[in-house]
Design a protein. Structure first.
Length: 296
């Protein structure tokens, strides 16, 4: 079964062009399943797997305390794996064909309000070393709703400050053009003019944001920088890069932006993913009504 898993992951990488993180997650789920089958059921071939075997494995993982969202990822991995094998006639039947998806309670994303975002940005010590870089990073996260991986992979040749747009590559290697607001453009220009040249070394690439050693900024380091800024700001909220993406979408929607446009800017493949922000906005409207209406 391990050989079939290797072939499937190669298919995801070469023919589907899916991200490395997705490949790793899928491989982990399938190899966990393969190890459990061998240990608990003495099964080593995909053709021997039945629907009941899959159900027993999922029950085992659930009993072990695995969250519903994580179980859903495993179910997706197993379903697409066996669909792949069946489609190529490597197995006679698909044991996961009628496997149901677990129901997951959808939580509304956390957001910062506009005053909190200002408080966060104003806490960045721009006069300290690398302060201009840090300001430009946080401004761009909020101004354009980028994922942290999109931020760290952003390249100079894809940035057009005159037109106010940046081309980023998101999930599934899909590229999109995202507007960059004036304050973010100003912060990026100041960083590019005054700070980035001093970080450039012999092996520096064209990534916009560089480390102190002149190398590409890592996502882990971006998290650490934002956490440090959050501590300086005095905000009690749990600050993380994706929180700025949620805030970006919620503030756009609250100020009248069309949901389809927000979907395009976020790079969501499905509008249902973007629709979660309508619930956030409705929650805000209800709280305002409750606070100010005399008969609320």
């Amino acid at each position: 079964m391990r050989e079939e898993i290797d072939g499937f992951i190669l298919f995801l990488a070469t023919e589907r062009g899916l991200s490395e993180n997705y490949q790793i997650s899928t491989r982990t789920s399938l190899e966990d399943f393969e190890e459990w089958l061998s240990r608990a059921k003495h099964i080593t071939r995909p053709g021997e797997v039945t629907h009941d075997h899959i159900g027993d494995f999922l029950a085992f993982r659930k009993k072990g305390g695995l969250a519903a969202a994580s179980i859903k990822l495993i179910v997706v991995a197993i379903k697409i794996f066996f669909r792949f094998l069946h489609g190529r006639k490597m197995i006679g039947r698909d044991p996961a064909e009628v496997l149901p998806m677990p129901r997951i309670e959808r939580y509304l994303p956390e957001t910062l309000n506009e005053i909190q975002v200002e408080q966060l940005l104003n806490a960045i010590p721009v006069k300290q070393p690398l302060g201009l870089r840090d300001r430009a990073m946080v401004e761009l996260l909020y101004a354009s709703g980028l994922r942290v991986s999109e931020l760290t992979n952003a390249r100079l040749e894809n940035l057009n400050l005159d037109d106010g747009v940046i081309r980023v590559t998101g999930k599934g290697n899909k590229t999109r053009l995202v507007p960059v607001g004036k304050q973010a453009r100003d912060a990026i220009k100041t960083y590019l003019d005054q700070e980035r040249p001093g970080l450039v070394g012999r092996k520096t690439g064209s990534e916009i944001f560089l480390s102190v050693r002149g190398k590409k900024m890592t996502t882990v380091r971006a998290w650490q920088i934002l956490k440090r800024i959050a501590k300086l700001s005095g905000l009690e909220a749990n600050i993380y890069p994706h929180l700025l993406r949620h805030s970006f979408a919620t503030h756009l929607l609250g100020n009248g932006a069309d949901l389809r446009i927000i979907q395009e800017m976020l790079g969501h493949a499905d509008i249902s993913t973007t629709q979660i922000y309508t619930h956030v906005d409705q929650r805000h409207l209800k709280s305002v009504h409750h606070k100010f209406h005399p008969r609320a």
